[in-house]
Design a protein around this ligand. Structure first.
Ligand SMILES: [Zn+2]
Length: 139
């Protein structure tokens, strides 16, 4: 299903890689099967440190912490993605028309992007913490 992406692995390989990285237990289901973590459960929802957010699967840089904002929805939210880092896919599941976001390098499911953001970009990237790997800014 993710044959169009530069980085391809089998389900077993992804599982092993995520385990090695110490990813959250739900990371495999979220990134490879588009599951959604429960709101207010993700480890990055309340993180405001300086740094960058990368794809938990392949390390692709997705967001800068300066674009993170509190959307009050229970998931980490961003107003802007790193250019070219994310691919958008129209998602009509669950009787809704939404825009799914996946990692442009490996196809990992990240979350959805909405056009109701409160900042200048008007965008709200609603992400799963389990899809992300935060790298603090070097001091
Ligand atoms: Zn990736």
């Amino acid at each position: 299903m993710n044959d169009d992406f530069p980085i391809r692995k089998t389900e077993t390989e992804w599982k092993e890689l995520l385990a090695q990285k110490g990813a959250e237990p739900g990371a495999f289901q979220v990134t490879r099967h588009a599951a959604t973590e429960r709101p207010y459960t993700g480890k990055y929802e309340r993180v405001w440190a300086d740094g960058s957010y990368h794809c938990i699967c392949c390390g692709n840089k997705l967001f800068d912490s300066s674009t993170k904002f509190d959307a009050g929805c229970g998931w980490p939210s961003f107003s802007l993605a790193v250019p070219g880092a994310i691919q958008e896919i129209v998602d009509t599941s669950h009787g809704m028309r939404r825009t799914e976001t996946v990692c442009a390098q490996c196809g990992a499911h990240l979350g959805h992007v909405f056009n109701d953001g409160p900042t200048d970009t008007g965008l709200r990237y609603c992400m799963n913490s389990a899809s992300l790997d935060f790298q603090p800014e070097p001091k």
